[in-house]
Ligand binder design. Structure first.
Ligand code: GLN
Length: 379
């Protein structure tokens, strides 16, 4: 079998979901909601069940899906996005990121990755033959050092991967930080591949800046995102890439041969959500702000040190005081003995980090309270 498939493990995030199921633990590991998607799209899905479509959509994504998405993102990103030439629909942001990497990087090319990072980027790099150069985001604010970033750019990478809002640390990059990256990307002629799946999950006063919308950045940005988190439909596997036509032309070819296309009935059913007005997104933020307050408040009451997310729905807990050498062992015991599933922090860090675990709070309040009660039993 190939050396390539021998050089990375299965996803620890997704492995923890299987462990959670085995022990019937409250699953706060893999980040997905346990509440329903918006009613409008469920109603539409019911209609679609009988009226179709049930056959392949156009490979790049159903026309009305791309049109509705282009309209929504044009308003947010401050430019008119062409649904035909500047969008390709993908099976989640997972496929979008993989296709983006394969679109820009030749085997042996370097890509800059901030650490901590979302687990998939490591495997994406291996599968596309790219070599990551890591730049640390330093706690507690998870800021990068400009000189360290410049040193990475000096190695002539092809692309930089930007997860904003950031999983797992919850950082929302400020406009100034993004402008620093933009200036270097221009000077060293580097593409920026973004992962903006938490673009609508932010805590005041933080605001999301689309990298592609910064002055001069449209031409070098490959925006990847998904509908999973925004509409609580992680199982529908709907994502997309937005980029200039010459880049999308290439990404379309990768997508064509990787997956052919997304599920046609689901693209059809989600269209009403893509047409929601601003109140939907305001409600989503309010809902997640309440969940964050409930969950972090519970951790504070137990005196467990943790990060303070500015966006996304993850929190890193410091488990130093429990005296484990391995965060994976800690997470396995936590699932088995306490009944709460978490992701070991080491899955996200380039640095040797063993004292952190990641929990998420995209769950119903009763689920979060149950998890907090179980964690309390650990004290
Ligand atoms: N982004 C989610 C997480 O970090 C998982 C997404 C996935 O498993 N595809 O938990």
């Amino acid at each position: 079998l190939s050396d390539r498939t021998n050089s990375f493990t299965d996803s620890v995030i997704r492995r923890m979901t299987r462990i959670a199921m085995k022990y019937d633990a409250v699953n706060l590991s893999q980040g997905f909601p346990d509440f329903d998607p918006p009613r409008e799209i469920l109603d539409r899905l019911a209609q679609v069940a009988y009226k179709g479509p049930h056959q392949y959509a156009v490979t790049w994504g159903a026309q009305n899906f791309r049109e509705a998405l282009a309209e929504k993102q044009s308003a947010l990103m401050g430019r008119t996005i062409d649904p035909n030439s500047e969008i390709v629909a993908t099976c989640g942001s997972t496929e979008a990121m993989m296709a983006a990497m394969m679109t820009v990087a030749n085997p042996g090319d370097k890509v800059v990755v901030f650490s901590p990072f979302y687990e998939n980027y490591g495997a994406d790099a291996i599968l596309s033959g790219a070599e990551p150069i890591y730049v640390s985001l330093k706690p507690p604010a998870f800021q990068f050092d400009v000189d360290e970033l410049e040193a990475a750019f000096k190695q002539r990478p092809k692309a930089l991967i930007l997860c904003n809002p950031s999983n797992p640390c919850g950082k929302v990059f400020t406009r100034e930080e993004l402008l620093t990256i933009a200036e270097m990307a221009t000077r060293y002629d580097v593409y920026v591949i973004t992962d903006e799946v938490y673009e609508h999950i932010l805590y005041a006063p933080n605001q999301h800046t689309y990298f592609a919308a910064l002055p001069g950045m449209w031409n070098r940005t490959i925006t990847c995102s998904s509908l999973s988190k925004t509409y609580s439909i992680t199982g529908w596997r709907l994502g997309y890439i937005i980029a200039p036509a010459e880049i999308i032309d290439r990404a379309k070819k990768v997508h064509d041969f990787l997956t052919v296309g997304c599920a046609a009935p689901l693209m059809e059913a989600v269209v009403p959500a893509l047409r929601f007005g601003p109140e939907y997104y305001a409600d989503l933020q309010e809902k997640y702000t309440r969940k964050r307050d409930l969950f972090l408040g519970g951790l504070d009451a137990m005196g467990i040190p943790h990060t303070d997310p500015q966006g996304a729905y993850y929190v890193l807990l410091d488990i130093s005081e429990y005296g484990y050498d391995s965060d994976l062992q800690f997470c396995k015991s936590l699932a088995r003995e306490v009944g709460v599933a978490a992701v070991p922090g080491s899955s996200f860090f380039r640095e040797d980090v063993n004292h952190l675990i990641r929990l998420h709070f995209a769950k119903r309040d009763d689920t979060l309270n149950e998890a907090l009660n179980r964690l309390e039993s650990m004290r």
